[in-house]
Each structure stands twice: as structure tokens, then as C-alpha cells.
Design a protein around this ligand. Structure first.
Ligand SMILES: Nc1ncnc2c1ncn2[C@@H]1O[C@H](COP(=O)(O)OP(=O)(O)O)[C@@H](O)[C@H]1O
Ligand SMILES: [Mg+2]
Length: 334
């Protein structure tokens, strides 16, 4: 476990300070807490702060990523198992709920738990008891649960994908972390913090800041991966910097950016799995958009020669003409 002093939370923007205040208020209460936020917004750090500001700070702070394991393995990790409860279970093993006794248990990616596991968690919250896998003895434990997710739990509960009774209990208090783009005032503070640390790690005793353009780029970027992404981008910038006497100029946001990146060639792309949106979407429209995209890029590749394009796409000239008319891609040549 990281020491509390390593878990410095950086940020001074009003929304962030509000969150810290909320954390201080809820920390001493002996109730479950939910921490909600996009990936990389600092959910785990906030959970640790809740624990270390609570009366349980001197007892274990145990973490479990619920998305990391399949259902049965997760169940034994959380609740432990008795010897001989399944093949390979030679000895009794204590689960995290027992290890966290008198302390806090951080359940990350809570939304990916099965209904069975959720039921067991609910029982621990309500009665402080459970049985180990393969056991009949009732174990008592005194654990505060801090759950985290980047999903919309009420929405999942409405669709029957998350137990509403567990959600009711967990939602005693909910802390929602703002994405980094909603607190731009923290971007440069965080960037400087991570840069100074990285420079120190590399044995450079001087960090000359970022150039004006670099600062602008950092501020304008949308940071979908939030603070985690910022940390990586800044560390990369410090590490790739050649001249430490000058402020940092180069910021590489996407390390995969390369003309040779597999999958980005217009013909070969999309052979693997397709990224689907989370929301319901218009299937027909998306197929049509894809047809337009492919025809356009084939046309470009064949320098707008329709015969060659048809050949390239494995269709007849008349079929291609049909598509061009259907999608009104013919204006320029008629
Ligand atoms: N306010 C902050 N101050 C300093 N570091 C932060 C802050 N928020 C997040 N981090 C860092 O960003 C990374 C991601 O944080 P984490 O808590 O794991 O995010 P999440 O669990 O929401 O994905 C970690 O390296 C963490 O130390
Ligand atoms: Mg996390």
C-alpha cells in the first residue's frame, strides 16, 4: 500500500476544492461511499483520502478491482474460501472482506460485479456477515465499503443490470469527480507537479517549465483520460526533452501517432473488432456512413478514376455509379 504522504492530491480549482470538502465531511461517517468519475479522475486517490481521514486510518485499506476477475474468482477473492472448496483450494484462504476488518475496502469498477456477488456485498453492508466460498460458518466483519465506477449506476439499476437494493445502500453519499476539462485551472498546476517529479526521477535538478505554445496545447487538449493521461503526457514530454536548459517545447499527446500505425491504412482498417457507441444508435445510418467513407477514400486512392475505383472495390462500374448517385457523390463530375 502507498503511504499516505505519497497520495498528494493536487488541485485548487473551486470544483476540486468542493470535492475535497465533501470528502472531509463524509470521511468520518461509518457509512458506505460511492466515488463516481471518468477514468483517471482520481477515484482511487479520493478513496484513500476517505480512508485516511476516517477513524479507520490505522487499520487496513484494502483494494479490489472487480473488473479484473471472472465472477467465481472475484467471489473467492472478496469472501475467501475454505480448504477443498474447489480443485486447487488446498488451504483456507481469507478474502478481502476479512482482511479489511476494522478498515476500509475499496471496490473499484463495481458495476462489473455479478448479481450474486452484489447480493453478498449487500449482506455484509447490512449485517456485517458472510460465508467463505465452500463454507457454512458465518463470518463477521466490520468493513467500510468505498465503491467506485465510471458507469451510470442508477441507469444500470433501471435496466436491471445492477441491484437497486445495493445501490440504495451504497448511495448513502455519492462523490462525483469532475473531469479535468471542467477544471482547466488545475491543468498547469498538475503538469508542473508531474514534470518536477519526473525531472527529479531522471536526475535532472532543474525543470525550466513549458514553452508558451506547449502550455497552450496542454490547456486546449480535452484530456479524455483525465489526470492519468496528463501525467503520462507530461512524463513523456520531460523524458523526451533533449535540452534541459530550455523550457519544454514538444508535447506528444498520442504516442501511437505514426504513418505506419497498423490499422490506419484506408484499405486495411477496421478488420478487427469495431468500436460501438455505448448508446443505442442508428444501425442503418452507420452502415451508410461507413459505405460513404470507404467509397470516398477509394476514390481518392484511385485519383477519382471511377473505373479504377470500381475495380479496386471489387464491383462493376455500374454498381459504383449506383452508389455515387445514391450518396450524391457525383456532383463534381457531372
Ligand atoms: N488530484 C490529483 N493530484 C495528483 N495526482 C492525481 C490526482 N488525480 C489523479 N491523480 C493521479 O492520476 C492517476 C489516476 O488516478 P486514479 O485515482 O487511479 O484514477 P481513477 O481511479 O479515477 O481512474 C494516478 O496516477 C493518480 O496518482
Ligand atoms: Mg481506477
Amino acid at each position: 500500500m502507498r503511504k499516505p504522504e505519497d497520495q498528494q492530491l493536487i488541485g485548487e480549482s473551486p470544483v476540486f476544492l468542493e470535492v475535497l470538502e465533501h470528502v472531509s465531511r463524509v470521511a468520518p461517517l461509518n457509512r458506505p461511499v460511492l466515488v463516481i468519475g471518468e477514468r483517471g479522475t482520481g477515484k482511487e486517490l479520493i478513496a484513500a483520502r476517505i480512508h485516511f481521514l476516517s477513524g479507520r486510518w490505522d487499520y487496513p485499506f484494502i483494494k479490489m478491482n472487480c473488473a479484473a476477475l471472472a465472477e467465481t474468482l472475484l467471489e473467492t477473492e472478496l469472501f475467501g474460501h475454505e480448504a477443498g472448496s474447489f480443485t486447487g483450494a488446498a488451504k483456507r484462504r481469507l478474502g478481502r472482506f476479512e482482511l479489511a476488518n476494522k478498515g476500509s475496502l475499496f471496490l473499484d469498477e463495481l458495476s462489473s460485479t455479478s448479481s450474486g456477488v452484489q447480493e453478498k456485498i449487500l449482506r455484509v453492508i447490512e449485517y456485517g456477515e458472510f460465508e467463505r466460498v465452500g463454507g457454512s460458518e458465518t463470518i463477521h466483519t466490520n468493513v467500510r465499503i468505498i465503491g467506485a465506477t465510471n458507469e451510470d449506476l442508477p441507469g444500470l439499476a433501471e435496466k436491471g443490470k445492477f441491484r437497486a437494493d445495493l445501490l440504495d445502500r451504497l448511495a448513502f453519499d455519492v462523490i462525483t469527480l469532475p473531469p479535468l476539462r471542467e477544471r482547466p485551472g488545475d491543468i498547469l498546476t498538475l503538469a508542473n507537479h508531474f514534470a518536477v517529479k519526473m525531472a527529479g526521477e531522471l536526475g535532472k535538478d532543474l525543470f525550466n517549465g513549458f514553452s508558451e505554445l506547449a502550455r497552450k496545447e496542454l490547456l486546449q487538449y480535452a484530456w479524455p483520460g483525465n489526470v492519468r493521461e496528463l501525467k503520462n503526457v507530461v512524463e513523456r514530454a520531460v523524458y523526451t526533452c533533449r535540452d534541459y536548459d530550455q523550457p519544454i517545447v514538444d508535447i506528444i499527446f498520442d504516442p501511437f501517432d505514426s504513418p505506419w500505425r497498423p490499422g490506419t491504412h484506408p484499405v486495411k482498417e477496421n478488420q478487427g473488432s469495431i468500436l460501438l457507441p455505448d448508446e443505442p444508435y442508428d444501425f442503418k445510418q452507420s452502415i451508410q456512413d461507413e459505405e460513404v467513407r470507404r467509397i470516398k477514400s477509394a476514390m481518392e486512392q484511385c485519383r477519382f478514376n471511377q473505373k479504377k475505383t470500381a475495380e479496386f472495390l471489387g464491383m462493376t462500374y455500374h454498381q459504383l455509379r449506383g452508389y455515387l448517385r445514391k450518396y450524391e457523390l457525383t456532383e463534381n463530375d457531372e
